[in-house]
Each structure stands twice: as C-alpha cells, then as structure tokens.
Write a protein that binds this ligand. Structure first.
Ligand SMILES: *[C@@H]1O[C@H](CO)[C@@H](O)[C@H](O)[C@H]1NC(C)=O
Ligand SMILES: *[C@@H]1O[C@H](CO)[C@@H](O)[C@H](O)[C@H]1NC(C)=O
Length: 809
C-alpha cells in the first residue's frame, strides 16, 4: 500500500503541474487500484487543487457525478477524497482499459468546479473460468494423427496481464495443445491428436485443460475433457491355435462334432462378431464337413470313409464384420473301423474235376481283398474239415484250392466247398463263398451182381422161351460207365452148349429157357453170366447161375410086382391055417418122378372078400385080417390101386389073385374055375411054377435094380454132370436130391421095404445124410406143395382091421 501511495503521489504531482497551467479548468487525476477498502484515501484533493480547507467548507464543496453511483466521497474537513463504495473494475469497465471515474467537484461563492479523474487499475482478482466444467468427445480410434479438436476458451475477467495467459493439457499422451492467437487478440485453443488412440487399450481418456492467467498470484481454471474412444475395426480375428488336430472314427453319424475352433477379436460390437467358414475349394472337404458360422464347431455332414480318405485338411477362416480375417488349419485323422468284409474274388475255377485227379490239382484260385487296414484288413481263409481239399495260401492274399486226397465220385459226386474268410478286426467280419464242384466219372467200378450166386427153379415140361429168372448187376459208375450188358458165357451142359438150354437178355438180364426141360433127364445145371459195363475199357464180372429143374407129377406109378401078364394067371397062396396078419404078398411099384410125386400109397380098391385082406398103405403088403376059414373061397381077387402123392395124383391098378388053399391040387382044381380061359387048365402046374419063377426073378431083378441104382448114384455123385453117360430113365422111389443149398429144414426118411421073408416085412430106414435124405427149401421150391412130416407117415396105423370072415366073390 505504501508503494501505491508513492506512485499515486507522483501522478498527482503530474496533474497538479497541468492544473497550474490551466487553473481555470482545474483538473486533477488520481490512480487507485480497484477493490480498495471503504474510507481508503484516494488523494488530498485540497492540497492538489491548492485550496484551503476553509474554502472547501465555505464553498460547500461537493462531488458531482452524472448519473452514476458515487464510489468516491469528499471529506471537506480534511480536504481528501475517500473510497465510499467497493470499486470493482470488472463491474465498472468490463474489459475496457483504462478504466477511470470522472466526476467534478463543485464550489460556490464563487462558483468554481474542478474535474477529477480517478483511474482504477486492475488487480488479479478473477481466475480464468470455463463455461462448462466438463466436455465430452467421441473420437474413433481410427482417427489419424493431426486431427484437431477445437476446445472452448477460458474467460478471465481481469484484463491485461491478469487475463488468461496460457493453457495446459494433461496428460499429454495422445493429444497436444495448440493455441492460435487471433487477430482480435483472442486465443483459439485446439487439441491435436499426436498419437493414435486404441480403444482396445483405453476406451475412455480423461484430460484436464487448465487455463492460467498472468496475474500475481497466478490463478487458473480447469475443465475436464472426457474422450470416449470409438471402436474401429482395427483388429482382425485371431484363432487360438494356428493348427488344430482332431480324430474321427469312420462311419460316424452325420452331425457328429469333430472339433471346435475359436477365434477372438479385440474389437467391439459388430467389429468383433466372428463368422467361421471353410475355405477348401478343390477337395471335397466341404461336402463332408461343415463349420458352425457362429461357434466354430466343425461337424460331419457327409460320410467318413477311411478307405476313401484317411485324413482331411480343413482350412478355416474367421472373419469379422469389417472383413478382417484369420485362418487356421484343422487336421482331421480318420480312424479305421472294421466296416469292410473281406471280398472273395474267384479268379479261376473249374466246375468239374475227374475222380482220378492227382493230388495237388488246383481246383480254384481266389483272391481276397479287405479294404480295411491294419488288423481289420488281415484276412485268414479256411474251408471246412473233412473235405478232400485244402486251401493253400500264397503271397498277396492269393489262395488256391487243391485236392488233398483221393476223390471218388461213387462216394461223393459233388462237393459244396465253403470258403470262409475273416479279418482280425474286433468284431471280426467274414464272408464266405460256396464253390460247387462236380466230380466226373471214371470207369473204376465193375458191375456187381446182387448176389454172389443165383439159384433158380423151373418146373419141368416148361414151354420153351419161358423166362426163368432175372440176374441183376449194378455198377456204381455213372451213365455209360454204369450201363450193364449181360452175356451168357460159353460152357456146355452134358456136352451140349449151354446156349441151347438158356439165353440171357443182354439188356435186362432175364434168363429164358430155350427148351422144355425134363426132370427125369436133367435135374440141374449151371452156367456163368457176365455183366459188362459200357466204359472204355469195359469192366466186367461174372456170376454162377444154377438152374434147378423141379419135378412134375408126369409119370404114373409103375407096378413091378405082381407082373400083369396078358392072359396068364398068377395067384398067391394062402394056407387055410394062416393066422391073422399073414403076409400074402406085397405089391411093388415105382414112380420115376421124385419126392411126393414118387411117394406111393396103396389101397385096396376091390376084393372078393373085403373083410379078409388089407393092403398096407405105405408098403403095399397084403395081409389077412382075420382067420381064414374053410368057408372062404379058394379064389380071391383083389384090386389094388397104387397112387402117388403128386398133385394131381396119378395112379395104377394091379389085380392080385389069391388062392386060399392048403395044397396045389386044391388050388389047381379051384383055378380051373378061377380062370375064365380054359385053355390053361392043363398047364396050370406049369404056369404056377412059372409064376413062382417069375416072382423070384422079379424079386431078384428088383434087388439088382436097387443095387445098380445105388451104384449108379454113387458114380453119378462123382461125375455129376460131367459125364457123358446116357440119362438113366429110372430112379428108385425116393427123393434123393442132396444138392439143395437151402437150409436144412425138414428131413424125410423114406422107407424102403423089401420082402425077404414071406411072413415078415423087412423095413430098413435110410440113414439121414445119405441119398435117402430129402432136403428141401420150401421157400424156393414152389412146386413142393404137400409137406408131410415123417412122423405122421410112420405113425400111420398099419394094424389090420378086425372084420368078420366072409367070402365075397
Ligand atoms: C450243394 O448245394 C446245392 C445247392 O445249394 C444242393 O442242391 C446240393 O445238394 C449240395 N450238395 C451237397 C453235396 O451238399
Ligand atoms: C469170373 O469171375 C471170377 C472172379 O469172380 C474170375 O476169377 C473168373 O476169371 C471170371 N471168369 C470169366 C470167364 O471171366
């Protein structure tokens, strides 16, 4: 305050000197700072004007101010000007400089006035201010450096040096402050971008702009500048990895998520909205995979086949809406699944193989192919056991099916060979193929007759051409090799070619009789039939056929005794003393047939006295059945029927004359009546003797015949069918065939009776096992129709009937 007073005083002195020059006008000026306290001294006006304080009082000195408030008052007693009101320069003059108060001091008696100018000087009592305490900017981060942003100026009511002096902007990382001095003295304040903004680093920047004045002390005002950094698409999306790996098993269903890729974008909003896509163009990746645009999940949309492609390279692109992109690669390895069956390819194949094919003959070649890999593609092939084939593996999945053992079409004419191939996957897949192989025939089988030998029966007296029997041979071969022809082999029967006996039908094997057979001439014969197949060379076999001729009852019994002579008369003598059962004679008959057909039975057909004689049914013995009496006629005539057992039976009748007498004369006398022809009477004795001789002769003949037959049969058994002996037309009454081959079922002992004594019968039974044994096979002997047991024959009662004696003539 002292300093101001000094300067003020100097100014007053200056004005006083002016005043003294133009005292008329009387002008004084003072300079005071604003904002002085009330009552502060402005100036000693009395002194400066050179007036006495008395004059001031007498002149009623006062201040005259036009229209305005009075800031200054006049103290008349002391003759000084004092501050009456607070003087605010800014309110008084605003920005006008210099700022002065003009008023007059008026005096009366005499009227005098003086002009007083009080100059108000500025003091720094106002700080710079901004209109807004905060302003906002929105600036894109992409704004280039050098961009300018106009800021509001600060206002300082003070003037001069106390006005706004300069500005400061803090912090000054991105922006610099640039102030232009305008022509009107104002300052334009601008903010210039010096370093690019990065929203990603700092989204909002707060700056403080400070305006500082030049007063003492300095004053300042601040404004907050808030900058919101707007996003620009300045960041590309970035994948989290540059390469991704994934695996997928083949045959995974569509829609399977294989992998997920992720990209990030530092930008904001739409600039960070990422869209994923697949960019492969040449391969077919896009047909197999799809990526979810929004979340980057890679899914299957096609079929994954390991056999087609074992891995996929997927190029993925992430792009934001601003068009910035990043790419990455996804490698998808496909894992094999055992999804392919082994394929069996038949490369060459024979459908037919000969049954005499050698070992190791290749039948079929096959090739195996499995598309899978590793274990899944390792294939093993096999065929079922028990086949005469083996599967041989050669390199490169080639197999050959070869024969392993002998083939036999007759055992198996066809093979279904199933080749099964399986891989080693888990689970294993397999496939199979069935090869049908025909075995072709080779003539390796001879015809085989159904039986090792044949025996056929034919009844004698057959019609020539009759089919006797059929031989049959089978050939296991096929077709022509199995076509059997039958051939009669040359041989001779009793010196005659066999072809004159039988013929064989080549096709059917039917054996025909060429001629009619006579059992009494030939009983059996045998020959060989050859069966030959049509193979080349042909194979053959032969069989023995034995034809047995069966007897027919075609011969009637022949009576050997008593001999039936034409006119002579033979009689048997029976003494009157003969007892019951006296053997009168024996009728002897034979039948050249055999068996039942030669089995003779004797019956008394007619008799003079039926009560006196009986005939032994089997032996033909005529015996008395009661005591002969004197009443009985000498002449007795018996008619005996000899009947064989054939069907139909044949018979012969013999008349036996019996004389019941004790002596020849009696007989003779009687027999003269006995004979119808009287011419023999004289010679009766001769005849009787002759008759006896004949009987004896016949008996001996009979014995000779029996012995000779025995000898014959013995010889025949030795040279059976091989001799050229003429056929003996006579056989003893016994069935003596021992050549039957059937099982021994019935044994017939045939009774041979010879009369060795006139009173007794002499019966000798044949021994079993000799010629006297009849062996029959009823199953094959069709003509044997009547079968009687030996017992029933032998047990036939032979006892004479007891009848009352009566003579019948
Ligand atoms: C082979 O197969 C065929 C057809 O399936 C069949 O007719 C034939 O009987 C079979 N052969 C054998 C020997 O199994
Ligand atoms: C008949 O067959 C036998 C073997 O069964 C043989 O030994 C014989 O030689 C054959 N005979 C003829 C004439 O072929």
């Amino acid at each position: 305050r002292d300093a101001r007073v000094i300067t003020m005083t100097r100014q007053v002195l200056l004005f006083v000197s002016l005043l003294s020059i133009g005292s008329v006008l009387g002008q004084v000026s003072y300079t005071i700072p604003e904002e002085m306290a009330k009552g502060s001294l402005v100036g000693n006006i009395a002194h400066d004007l050179g007036l006495q304080t008395k004059r001031l009082a007498s002149g009623k000195a006062r201040i005259y101010t036009r229209g305005s408030d009075e800031y200054i008052e006049l103290n008349r007693e002391r003759g000084v000007l004092l501050v009456k009101e607070r003087i605010d320069r800014e309110a008084l003059c605003r920005q006008t400089t210099p700022c002065a108060l003009h008023f007059q001091i008026i005096l009366e008696n005499p009227m005098e006035f003086y002009t007083v100018i009080v100059q108000i000087t500025d003091i720094n009592d106002n700080a710079p201010t901004f209109k807004k305490s905060e302003i906002n900017f929105k600036i894109s981060e992409s704004t280039i450096t050098g961009a300018k942003f106009v800021l509001e100026r600060a206002v300082d009511l003070d003037v001069g040096i106390n006005g706004v002096h300069h500005y400061e902007l803090k912090p000054s990382d991105n922006f610099a402050l640039k102030v232009h001095n305008n022509a009107d003295g104002n300052k334009n304040v601008e903010m210039v971008l010096q370093k690019p903004l990065d929203r990603e680093k700092q989204e909002q920047i707060s700056l403080v702009l400070t305006a500082v004045d030049g007063g003492e002390p300095q004053m300042s005002g601040t404004m907050l500048i808030v900058i919101t950094v707007l996003d620009a698409n300045d960041n590309a999306p970035v994948f989290t990895q540059t390469t991704y790996k994934a695996t997928v098993t083949e045959n995974s269903p569509k829609g399977t998520v294989v992998a997920a890729v992720t990209a990030t974008d530092a930008d904001q909003g739409s600039n960070s909205k990422i869209t994923y896509s697949i960019t492969n163009s040449v391969d077919d990746v896009r047909k197999v995979f799809d990526v979810n645009e929004e979340n980057g999940e890679v899914t299957l949309i096609g079929n994954i086949d390991f056999e087609e492609s074992q891995n996929y390279q997927i190029n993925l692109l992430a792009s934001d809406e601003g068009g910035l992109t990043d790419s990455c690669k996804l490698t998808v390895d496909v894992q094999d699944v055992n999804d392919n069956k082994p394929e069996i390819n038949i490369m060459s194949k024979s459908n037919v193989i000969s049954e005499n094919a050698k070992f190791n003959t290749v039948v079929t070649m096959i090739n195996i192919d499995d598309k899978d890999s590793g274990e899944n593609g390792n294939v093993q092939c096999f065929i079922s056991d028990n086949l005469p084939f083996v599967l041989k593996a050669s390199t490169n999945n080639f197999y050959s099916l070869v024969t392993d053992s002998e083939l036999d079409r007759e055992r198996a004419s066809e093979y279904n060979i199933t080749v099964t191939c399986s891989d080693e996957g888990v689970p294993s897949l397999s496939s199979s193929v069935t090869l049908t192989l025909q075995i072709s025939d080779v003539n390796d089988n001879a015809p085989v007759f159904e039986r090792s030998s044949y025996e056929a029966y034919i009844v004698e007296n057959n019609t020539p051409g009759l089919s006797i029997f059929t031989v049959k041979a089978r050939d296991a071969d096929w077709n022509q090799n199995a076509r059997v022809s039958y051939i009669l082999e040359d041989s001779s029967v009793n010196g005659v070619p066999v072809s004159s006996y039988v013929s064989v039908s080549a096709d059917s094997g039917v054996i025909h009789a060429v001629r009619s057979f006579d059992y009494e001439q030939i009983k059996d014969f045998q020959f060989r039939v050859k069966a030959q197949d049509g193979g080349s060379p042909p194979l053959s076999s032969n069989v023995t056929v034995k034809i047995l001729i069966q007897d027919q009852n075609d011969n009637p019994p022949q009576v050997l005794y008593p001999v039936q002579t034409g006119g002579s008369l033979v009689a048997e003598m029976v003494p009157r003393s003969a007892d019951v059962g006296y053997l009168v004679t024996k009728v002897v008959a034979v039948d050249v047939d055999s068996g039942q057909n030669a089995w003779l039975s004797y019956k008394l057909q007619k008799a003079t006295d039926r009560a006196l004689f009986e005939v032994g049914l089997q032996n033909g013995e005529i015996r008395t059945i009661r005591q002969v009496t004197d009443k009985d006629a000498v002449k007795q005539r018996l008619t005996v029927t000899v009947e064989d057992n054939g069907l139909p039976s044949r018979s012969a009748t013999v008349i036996v004359n019996v004389a019941v007498a004790d002596s020849f004369p009696e007989v003779l006398s009687e027999f003269t009546d006995f004979t119808q022809d009287k011419e023999y009477n004289d010679n009766l004795t001769f005849y009787l003797v002759l008759a006896l001789a004949v009987v004896s002769f016949l008996f001996i003949t009979c014995l000779v015949v029996i012995i000779s037959v025995k000898i014959y049969r013995w010889r025949q058994s030795r040279i059976l069918y091989h001799s050229n002996l003429p056929v003996i037309p006579y056989y003893p009454p016994r069935y003596s065939d021992t050549l039957g081959t059937g099982t021994l079922q019935h044994v017939y002992n045939y009774e041979v009776c010879r009369t060795t004594d006139s009173r007794k019968s002499d019966c000798k039974f044949g021994r079993a096992g000799s010629q006297n044994v009849l062996v029959m096979d009823p199953s094959s002997t069709g003509t044997m129709q009547r079968i009687q047991s030996e017992k029933s024959i032998l047990d036939e009662p032979d006892s004479p009937l007891e009848v009352s004696p009566s003579v019948t003539e």
